[in-house]
Design a protein around this ligand. Structure first.
Ligand SMILES: Nc1nc2c(ncn2[C@@H]2O[C@H](COP(=O)(O)OP(=O)(O)OP(=O)(O)O)[C@@H](O)[C@H]2O)c(=O)[nH]1
Ligand SMILES: [Mg+2]
Length: 202
């Protein structure tokens, strides 16, 4: 009897926990975005941009929404650190790929890093959100222009979206999170990860 009530309680009140990987080449603004996410969604003030240093290990940010718990994993994007990204693929429900939209000279590097992410079998079916960051800068390109530059064939088969954001002023961040939650809740990958964890599908 207890287990019946516990099961019902769990079904009604427990929230699904989603793991979201924040990837992108160095200096694209991943950690600044993570800190902005924390300050938008919790009472805690995130670190101000001038206190953020290049990431070597892993930064974790937790966001509690009425319908879901989000755990963001932010990794370092320097070339020598990108091989670490793969260690987190298996457990990730979705990927946020951050690009410095104001720095066209590094679009090629971003494109090849993103293509490598998209090719990896361990991330099969994971929704991908591509963020054109630093929109507060006048030289930042739009999502349409960035999409043209990147010309990603592999994206056609993906649940994906481009969003223009600024990790400084928060532009586009709520919309991005709303999209992520909506697609992760319906995604086959979430079902697969829940089954693998021995829990009932979300
Ligand atoms: N103008 C502007 N600058 C930004 C924005 N986001 C990040 N930056 C700046 O870009 C630089 C790199 O930001 P980080 O957040 O450290 O970048 P990162 O992607 O975490 O870099 P790694 O940890 O080395 O991979 C810093 O000087 C930030 O202040 C933004 O939205 N607008
Ligand atoms: Mg960082």
């Amino acid at each position: 009897m207890f287990s019946l009530f516990y099961g019902l309680w769990k079904y009604m009140f427990s929230k699904t926990e989603f793991h979201i990987l924040i990837l992108g080449i160095d200096k694209s603004g991943k950690t600044t975005l993570l800190e902005k996410l924390k300050s938008i969604y919790s009472n805690l003030e995130g670190l101000p941009p001038d206190r953020i240093v290049p990431t070597v290990g892993l930064n974790i940010g937790r966001v509690a929404l009425p319908n879901a718990k989000l755990v963001f994993w932010d990794l370092g994007g320097q070339p020598g650190l990108r091989s670490i990204w793969e260690k987190y693929y298996e457990e990730a429900h979705a990927v946020v790929f951050v690009i410095d939209a104001a720095c066209p000279s590094r679009f090629e590097d971003s494109k090849s890093a993103l293509e490598k992410v998209l090719r990896n079998d361990e991330l099969q079916g994971a929704p991908v959100l591509i963020l054109a960051n630093k929109q507060d800068l006048p030289e930042a390109v739009s999502t349409e222009e960035l999409a043209r530059y990147l010309d990603l064939k592999k994206l056609d088969e993906r649940v994906s979206m481009y969003e223009a954001v600024s990790a400084y002023d928060g532009l586009g961040i709520r919309e991005s999170v709303e999209w992520l939650v909506e697609v992760m809740e319906r995604s086959k990958r979430t079902e697969m990860l829940s089954t693998r964890a021995g829990a009932s599908p979300a």
